[in-house]
Design a binder for this molecule. Structure first.
Ligand SMILES: [Cu+2]
Length: 127
């Protein structure tokens, strides 16, 4: 007699799993670790630059000092993110690879290029 009811609860729980199911009676509730990843806090602590079709996106990025910036190279050829004064430099980022650098601690506007393709230009503003 209990089995049909449980099956129905299970189905509802599956549907509710995305928003959080508080049923958790039969041991497969994954709610014991209640520390969510910090993915939703897209605050000033992290930023990203995407390289695609030989262009930086966004071309103008504003971050806080010391922000970790992840660079995604979606092209099939290597690129770099290199500040004109070498305040930061990822070095070569292979095609379809990712690199990370840290924004300077000093406020200012940092123009950068790809040293392999110097016509690729962007600006990182630290403030
Ligand atoms: Cu390049």
């Amino acid at each position: 007699m209990q089995q049909p009811g449980r099956a129905r609860l299970g189905g509802a729980c599956t549907l509710l799993a995305l928003v959080g199911c508080s049923n958790g009676g039969n041991g497969n509730g994954p709610d014991t670790t209640s520390t969510p990843p910090a993915a939703t806090s897209a605050g000033p602590a992290a930023a990203r630059i995407v390289i695609e079709n030989f262009a930086f996106t966004p071309a103008n990025l504003r971050v806080r000092p010391g922000t970790k910036i992840t660079v995604f190279n979606r092209d099939s050829v290597p690129h770099t993110v290199t500040a004109g004064d070498k305040a930061f430099d990822t070095g070569n980022i292979a095609g379809d690879a990712t690199a990370t650098f840290t924004a300077p601690s000093a406020s200012g506007s940092y123009a950068y290029i790809c040293t392999i393709h110097p016509n690729m230009k962007g600006t990182l503003t630290v403030s």
